[in-house]
Design a protein around this ligand. Structure first.
Ligand SMILES: Cc1cc2nc3c(=O)[nH]c(=O)nc-3n(C[C@H](O)[C@H](O)[C@H](O)COP(=O)(O)O)c2cc1C
Length: 252
């Protein structure tokens, strides 16, 4: 069985992962790490399974709720293709952390890649990605991974990153509801950490919020936003580190 195990608050990670996953199988079981109610320990993986595990890079790390939920899974020797999706700055220690978490949970990492998707807070970085060029590159990566899988080598996978991982304690950009909020509660249902009360969806618990932007993506009224007073200077400060077209990379 082929599994696609995803943490994708605004859909960029999913879109990018889908381009790779479709090269492996048309019959894919999706595990949604955004679901804060699911019992991830109950997913019956075996060593015959192939899992494409895709997370966005947040501050150069794996988002904390994804770490927690992946740690509960039982890999049972399932092969894992690791994907760190990033917004045209850098992934820093994301792949190393993902490899460590999955190994600890009993998965067998066999390949890893980093790929760019449009930045979910600052869409001026990596605009329109993944695009046609990314699609072609991901198809080529899939071909190379399949070749490696057919050889069944047992070499340890080397990925970029350092331990201790880069410190990341969140960012001061918390989306809030404006007067357009009709309290439909879509945002509260989709929030991966329960930072939006179901009975008062125009509020945000900023202590719990991880700034993942799922609420902004799911709001049908487009009523949830990060204040431009914070967003604009942050975008200017990141211009240099996010400039140019950053590459996708494969590690075998
Ligand atoms: C809180 C937060 C932190 C982020 N940190 C980084 C980062 O360190 N490097 C980077 O290149 N992109 C960073 N990004 C951009 C995301 O990794 C990128 O947009 C990703 O595609 C988002 O995935 P999604 O569309 O599935 O939500 C960050 C985005 C968010 C919301």
């Amino acid at each position: 069985m082929t599994y696609e195990i995803l943490f994708s608050p605004t859909g960029g990670t999913m879109k990018t992962a889908n381009l790779l996953t479709k090269e492996f199988s048309a019959d894919v079981r999706v595990v949604d790490l955004m679901d804060r109610t699911a019992d991830f320990s109950a997913i019956p993986l075996t060593q015959e399974d192939l899992c494409i595990v895709a997370v966005p890079s947040f501050g150069g790390r794996v988002p904390a709720p994804a770490v927690k939920r992946l740690s509960r899974m039982k890999g049972n020797g399932a092969r894992a293709i690791l994907m760190a999706v990033y917004g045209n700055r850098a992934i820093d220690d994301t792949l190393l952390e993902l490899k460590d978490v999955l190994t600890q949970a009993g998965f067998r990492p066999v390949a890893a890649l980093e790929a760019v998707a449009q930045h979910s807070i600052m869409p001026q970085f990596g605009p329109g990605r993944p695009d046609n060029q990314d699609h072609r590159e991901l198809m080529d990566f899939a071909k190379q991974i399949k070749e490696k899988l057919s050889c069944e080598t047992s070499e340890d996978l080397t990925v970029p990153g350092h331990f201790p991982y880069r410190a990341y304690n969140g960012i001061p950009m918390k989306p809030k509801a404006d007067h357009g909020c009709i309290r439909c509660g879509h945002c509260a249902r989709h929030c991966p950490v329960g930072a939006i009360p179901q009975d008062a969806p125009n509020h945000t618990n900023t202590k719990i919020c991880i700034s993942c932007m799922a609420c902004t993506a799911f709001c049908p009224q487009r009523a949830r936003k990060v204040s431009p007073l914070v967003l604009i200077p942050a975008g200017l400060a990141m211009r240099k580190s996010c400039k140019g077209r950053k590459p996708n990379q494969l590690y075998l």
